[in-house]
Write a protein that binds this ligand. Structure first.
Ligand code: SF4
Ligand code: SF4
Length: 346
């Protein structure tokens, strides 16, 4: 059995407790307007072009038999309708400007990749199945979760909850923690902004609760969409009725999805380029804390960098740094670089 995954992110600190390996599944049945992982939406592999990294060598144009890449006045265009995601251009690109998001793996291949990080897991670290929607590839997700547990790796599943209930039930015994998204608490708005209704999601959440699962509710705050008192009242009411909910995580909107959409030739439906005001975030956190006994945390708020860390991080996407990274990886400094990148972006 094989599953399609678009990234295996080592040493992640944003996808569950402690240090984790995040396995990003391709395909999602939702279409959230603010999606920050649009490369995971389609079930099929997709070509990504990062114009900032392109050094204009035109190696991609030379190898692509489908005529996807063209150059005019130094600008690189990609005619994606002709692309069959064969990956030849990405392989030939010296600067890492091109990537194919989506590759088939067996369960064993992913387990092997994940357990490389085992020495770094402590205080509840492990693997997180995320995406996309991992439960959209239900049979594969269950087999992977089971195999990870058999190899002594803790498992988190990050889900929109929009999945077959049989899959939810099958994966629950192999899952230590569900990171369960609650994007909207108003049915009409949920449908408008995500493309699906809430009924199936709520049924699955209640079922997990009945099964005794540990659940963290992950609630994005999206300005102009759900930053309303009624929504936070709804989260408090929902969480307070479920004894499996251990924490509520608020996730302030960030605009990184806009650039990712451009790279895969897609236009973001929600084009807000601003990071959220920290005072507003704190305000909603306080508002929710007053309405529930369940601990509330704000995740991923922007941190101030200083000195060398800020300079280096700022320069990380330049062609020179990308080339340097490729060379160092070729000399097998892989673990050290990955750990450094994880710490730099923390
Ligand atoms: S992935 Fe293949 S078909 Fe698509 S642009 Fe690259 S070389 Fe051409
Ligand atoms: S750097 Fe990569 S994307 Fe840019 S022209 Fe060369 S091969 Fe193509």
């Amino acid at each position: 059995m094989k599953g399609t995954v678009f990234n295996i992110q080592r040493l992640s600190i944003h996808d569950g407790p402690s240090i984790r390996t995040a396995v990003f599944f391709k395909g999602c049945p939702l279409r959230c307007a603010w999606c920050h992982n649009p490369e995971g939406l389609s079930a099929a592999p997709v070509l990504s072009l990062c114009a900032d990294k392109c050094i204009g060598c035109r190696a991609c144009e030379a190898v692509c038999a489908r005529g996807v890449h063209s150059f005019s006045d130094g600008a690189h265009a990609a005619e994606r309708t002709q692309c069959i995601s064969c990956g030849a251009c990405a392989e030939s690109c010296p600067s890492g400007a091109l990537e194919i998001y989506g590759k088939e793996y067996t369960v064993d291949e992913i387990v092997k990749a994940v357990i490389r990080d085992k020495p770094f897991y402590r205080d509840g670290g492990g693997a997180t199945l995320t995406g996309g929607e991992p439960l959209a590839q239900g049979e594969f997700a269950v087999a992977l979760a089971k195999a990870l547990k058999e190899n002594g790796v803790g498992v988190c599943v990050e889900t929109s909850g929009y999945a077959k209930q049989t899959v939810i039930q099958d994966i629950a015994p192999y899952t230590d923690l569900f990171l369960f998204d609650i994007k909207e608490t108003d049915e009409e708005r949920h449908l408008r902004y995500t493309g699906v209704g809430m009924e199936k999601i709520y049924k699955n959440l209640y079922r997990l609760n009945e099964l005794g699962a540990n659940i963290i509710l992950r609630c994005p705050i999206i300005p102009g969409v759900n930053n309303r008192r009624e929504h936070f009242d709804g989260i408090a009411a929902l969480a307070s009725g479920l004894n499996g909910v251990k924490e509520i995580h608020l996730e302030p909107y960030h605009p990184m999805g806009i650039e990712k959409n451009l790279r895969i030739g897609r236009k973001a439906a929600y084009e807000n380029t601003a990071f959220m005001d920290p005072d507003e975030i704190a305000g909603w956190s306080d508002y929710l804390k007053k309405r529930t006994e369940i601990p509330v945390f704000v995740m991923g708020a922007k941190k101030k960098r200083s000195g060398w860390s800020r300079k280096l991080y700022k320069n990380m996407n330049t062609p020179a740094v990308c080339l340097l990274e490729s060379v160092l990886r070729a000399f097998a400094f892989d673990d050290a670089i990955t750990l450094f990148c994880a710490l730099s972006s923390s």
